[in-house]
Design a binder for this molecule. Structure first.
Ligand code: 3HC
Length: 283
């Protein structure tokens, strides 16, 4: 099966990046948001990022305009999914919100539609069970900033079938991304490896081993990471990091995943990183 038309649900940081890459690679995209102002903000961000690519000679003006014209905004899931081949859900990591969204998608999307979630922490098998087609449900986990990062972690739930995997793998390649298959376990591979590193960096600050700047310098200069773990944590969102660590901790019942108390305290204080203007750094 060829994917031509895609619905991206949610136009936040991940959703607008996902819509951007599909539209830029010739797919028709229905971008679904809950309010016009959120949709306008998403289109504004996509436009700004496409303009940046034009300024850097990565794409030309025609490509920019064609990409934007490939995106149509919808404010109802029922309208936005009724004629698509693939859905990619990128709504907040809240199970109640996801339940409402997936019930609507399952009701209104055609029978052949593949259902993908960009969740970074919720079990794909659990989300698949919210629908009547768990064999067509799969994780499509993109990385921030989506237009730049090459990886799509493709997560197979317990019942995801081989045909669904194949289509999503091929589609990811058409986005100029590199798909990597993993099975559905807490944190998949990406966050199971990344989050303990970030957590340990926070323990280093908490225990006075080094300042945030110095922890980050060690990892940037010594390990060739493009960003240190604490700046990356701010970039991802400290609330998101805490949620994922809790999923690992609950999922494995292993104390090695316990979130650093300093991380919990910062989230309690509303210091969530870039998005609130303060985390381990100020912005
Ligand atoms: N859209 C398009 N292009 C973008 C962009 C965007 N949103 N953001 C950055 N770029 C481009 C820039 O134009 C620039 O292009 P160039 O190399 O051709 O000049 C390139 O990306 C690098 O950007 P900058 O020069 O502005 O800045 P940096 O060199 O500092 O790179 C970075 C920024 C790409 C964010 C880099 O620091 C990086 O790779 N950081 C690590 C990011 C990472 O680990 N992401 C994964 C987070 S985990 C996740 O998402 C999963 C979730 O489940 C938690």
């Amino acid at each position: 099966m060829d994917i031509n038309k895609v619905a991206v649900i949610g136009g936040g940081t991940m959703g607008n990046g996902i819509a951007h890459v599909f539209a830029m690679n010739g797919f028709n995209v229905n971008l679904i948001e809950t309010r016009q102002e959120f949709a306008d903000r998403a289109i504004g961000t996509i436009t700004k990022n496409l303009d940046r690519m034009v300024a850097k000679d990565k794409i030309d003006e025609n490509k920019r305009n064609e990409s934007l014209s490939n995106i149509t905004v919808f404010l109802e899931v029922a309208d936005g999914v009724k004629d698509v081949d693939l859905v990619v859900e990128a709504v907040p990591e809240n199970l109640d919100i996801k339940k409402t969204v997936w019930a609507a998608v399952d009701k209104h999307a055609p029978g052949h539609t593949i259902l993908g979630s960009n969740t970074s922490s919720i079990s794909i098998t659990k989300l698949a069970a919210l629908t009547n087609r768990p064999e067509k449900f799969i994780g499509m986990h993109f990385f921030n900033p989506v237009p730049v990062m090459k990886l799509v972690e493709i997560v197979r739930g317990l019942e995801t079938d081989g045909a669904t995997y194949k289509v999503v793998e091929e589609t990811s390649k058409k986005l100029n991304k590199i798909p990597v298959p993993v099975n559905d376990f807490p944190g998949f591979v990406s966050n199971r490896v990344l989050m303990p590193m970030i957590n340990e960096a926070i323990f280093c600050v908490h225990e006075g081993v080094a300042t945030p700047e110095n922890v980050d310098e060690v990892m940037k200069l010594g390990m060739a990471h493009p960003m240190g773990p604490l700046r990356l944590a701010d970039f991802i969102g400290l609330d998101v990091c805490l949620d994922i660590l809790n999923v690992l901790y609950e999922g494995f019942k292993d104390s090695k995943y316990r979130p650093a108390p300093l991380l919990v305290k910062m989230v309690d204080a509303g210091k969530l990183g870039n998005k609130t203007g303060e985390g381990f750094y100020t912005y």
